[in-house]
Design a protein around this ligand. Structure first.
Ligand SMILES: Cc1cc2nc3c(=O)[nH]c(=O)nc-3n(C[C@H](O)[C@H](O)[C@H](O)COP(=O)(O)OP(=O)(O)OC[C@H]3O[C@@H](n4cnc5c(N)ncnc54)[C@H](O)[C@@H]3O)c2cc1C
Length: 350
């Protein structure tokens, strides 16, 4: 009598930097297994046509099923990129996908979005509200962001400024960057009812609710958007951890929802607010804190060893805060959560 061979063991997939792991049956594509196990990897067509699931393979071997070269070119494949929707592992595989977060990740979806309102709230900030398909709820953590997929395939990221319970629509705070591909359009041509393509949710900037540590919420400019979502979420969930919001701008008008924050203070006694202005003019009659917003935090909290910091906005502010809070205020590196609002200019080193 012959003993049938044991079914071949599945392959192990690990996703960095989150370290999330899942298994793939022999002959199965990575994405199918990831969806089955609720991993929240990004995807679009699931058919090798769009490239939304493209990510870097750090270790291991895969074989690609049929796919379009516009989704993955031979050069990209040779350079170590794969399409998870049609990549079938031949060994254990390690991938890099920064969009995969922890176990509480929600699935990444692509959907059309309709602009419902456009409100200019300062000389260079537009609050854009989007309506999403009624049958296709976007589930996300307060603080995460979406990406617009532009006609030429370029992508631009914007943090959602409302907590999910204040949905189903999405609110974005978009700062005009003159010469910018997307924000020039927002400030000159965008109209209500315009349809855009969005994908999300992305990012690991959300409240770590398993901690009781006091929090510093650090926002520069439109970095206030995801922090607003965190504050809404805290209020909704009755979270009463002490939190101090430091919001920095060049001039007082840059703190475009100062009134909204002050209204929250009345109903959230554990929330403090320190607006900080770096370049006030005499006509601003500014009597509040001045200087760099990340420095104001250090002045008030020379010891951050028992805190969590949530920082968002201009890369220079986020990077300075990360470096200096760790080196000079004893903040443990893994208690610094941030989304740095990088742009094309940052990617090209100017
Ligand atoms: C995770 C994340 C979240 C974000 N959330 C927000 C948010 O909530 N609100 C917000 O306002 N922004 C946010 N951003 C920034 C946003 O994604 C865009 O980068 C920003 O709005 C600029 O887009 P743009 O297409 O108008 O400009 P881009 O086309 O990206 O250009 C930006 C600037 O760089 C210049 N530039 C373009 N190409 C080059 C080049 N090759 N070399 C040098 N300079 C160049 C342009 O003239 C312009 O001034 C976020 C970014 C990230 C990564």
């Amino acid at each position: 009598m012959t003993v049938p061979p044991a079914a071949a063991a599945p392959f192990a997939i690990t996703v960095q930097p989150s370290g999330r792991a899942f298994s793939v049956e022999r002959g199965e594509a990575i994405l199918a297994a990831a969806i089955r196990q609720g991993i929240g990897m990004p995807y679009g067509c699931k058919d090798g046509a769009c490239g939304s699931c493209k990510c870097r393979k750090l270790e291991g071997t895969v074989v690609h099923g049929p796919h379009q070269t516009k989704a993955l070119s031979p050069e990209e494949e040779a350079g170590g990129l794969i399409l998870t929707c049609c990549a079938v592992p031949q060994t254990d595989v390690v991938l890099e996908s920064r969009q995969v977060t922890d176990e509480s990740a929600f699935p990444v979806r692509k959907m059309p979005a309709r602009v419902t309102t456009l409100e200019k709230v300062s000389h260079d900030v537009m609050v854009v509200k989007l309506q999403l398909p009624a049958n296709d709820t976007l589930r996300y953590h307060a603080g995460q962001y979406v990406e617009f997929i532009l006609r030429d395939g370029a992508r631009r990221s914007y943090s959602m400024a409302n907590a999910p319970h204040n949905g189903p629509g999405v609110e974005l705070h978009i700062r005009h960057m003159p010469g910018g591909k997307f924000t020039d359009h927002v400030f000159t041509a965008m109209k209500e009812k315009e349809i855009l393509r969005v994908e999300g949710p992305f990012g690991s900037f959300f409240l770590r609710e398993d901690s009781a540590k006091p929090m510093v919420l650090l926002a520069s400019g439109t970095g206030f958007a995801p922090i607003k979502a965190l504050i809404e979420h805290m209020q909704h969930k009755g979270i009463t951890r002490p939190a101090t919001l430091y919001w920095g701008g060049r001039r007082p008008g840059d703190l475009y929802m100062d009134g909204w924050v002050r209204e929250r203070l009345a109903s959230m006694p554990h929330l403090r607010y320190v607006p900080v202005v770096s370049n006030a003019l005499p006509e601003d009659n500014w009597t509040g804190r001045t200087g760099f917003v990340h420095k104001a935090v250090m002045e008030d909290h020379p010891d951050l060893s028992g805190h969590q910091v949530y920082a968002c906005g201009a890369p220079i502010v986020v990077d300075s805060a990360r470096a200096e809070y760790g080196a000079r205020c004893g903040l443990p590196p893994d208690e610094f959560y941030a989304d740095s609002f990088t742009t094309e200019a940052d990617k090209h080193g100017s």
